[in-house]
Design a protein around this ligand. Structure first.
Ligand code: PLP
Length: 245
């Protein structure tokens, strides 16, 4: 398979469930409504980040790294999922939060603590400044003899959802689900670009509807396009059918 050449750690019992929403079908008069339960991935309270982390931590392992760095706000799902995946993989995890330390230890911040991560609080700075701080922290660790890996490269992360598209397609066939339209929420474009690329490699079996939960359409499109091109480069392949939005 096209992804076999990429390093990957197994974090998820795959495939995740594909469930029929028969009660909602009955309420809405819909004939066939399904949900892919990536939210119910066991490790680290689940969510879409775990598929990407399989490839990020695979890369970290392949580069003999011993600590992963990740950045986000203290409510970040990404930081919480990375902390859990690092613990599972036997790597240390340093989280840089671009806000002030919360007064109360709760939610994702509490979970990241329980998963054994360590923390730095940078105060309210923007994404660009945060990226600089992240590289500085990695450099600092390197000087002290550690081997850091920065979690977050979009193209590497998107490979998780190239695989996710393959998985859903196979599973839907096996279950006779007859899926035609997929609704996919996203923000940074990682999940969306990966999923669209996977679908394109499969010859476009679904119409994919992206639902932006963060940026406006133009910005999301730009992000998805850039990551999509990055995946094509990384996999040295350009799918015959491209995607349309
Ligand atoms: C991260 C996240 C997204 C967005 O995923 P992207 O790959 O950044 O587009 C959507 N929903 C939830 C709940 C998330 O945690």
């Amino acid at each position: 398979m096209i992804l076999d050449n990429f390093h990957r750690v197994r974090l998820i019992d795959q495939p995740t469930a594909l469930q029929r929403l028969s009660r909602i079908e009955a309420l809405n008069g819909h004939q066939s409504l399904w949900v892919k339960r990536d939210d119910a991935i066991l490790l680290g309270q689940g969510g879409n980040k775990l598929r990407s982390l399989e490839f990020w931590l695979g890369e970290a392992r392949a580069q003999s790294c011993d600590i992963v760095l990740v950045a986000g706000k203290s409510v970040s799902n990404m930081c919480r999922a990375a902390a859990a995946a690092a613990a599972k993989t036997g790597l240390d995890c340093l989280i840089l939060h671009n806000d002030d330390e919360p007064v109360r230890r709760e939610g994702n911040f509490l979970l990241s603590h329980l998963y054994g991560a360590s923390f730095q609080f940078l105060g309210p700075i923007d994404e660009d400044e945060r990226a600089v701080k992240l590289r500085e922290a990695a450099e600092d660790l390197r000087r002290r003899g550690r081997r850091p890996y920065i979690v977050g490269d979009s193209v590497t992360g998107a490979l998780g959802y190239v695989q996710g598209a393959f998985e859903l397609h196979q599973q839907a066939e096996d279950m006779g689900a007859g899926l035609r339209h997929i609704f996919l929420p996203g923000s940074m474009g990682t999940t969306e670009a990966g999923f669209l690329f996977g679908c394109a490699l499969l010859g476009g079996p679904f119409t994919v509807h992206l639902v932006s939960v963060e940026y406006d359409l133009a910005e999301l499109r730009e992000r998805v396009d850039a990551i999509y091109r990055g995946i094509a480069e990384r996999l040295s392949t350009r799918p015959a059918s491209n995607y349309r939005q």
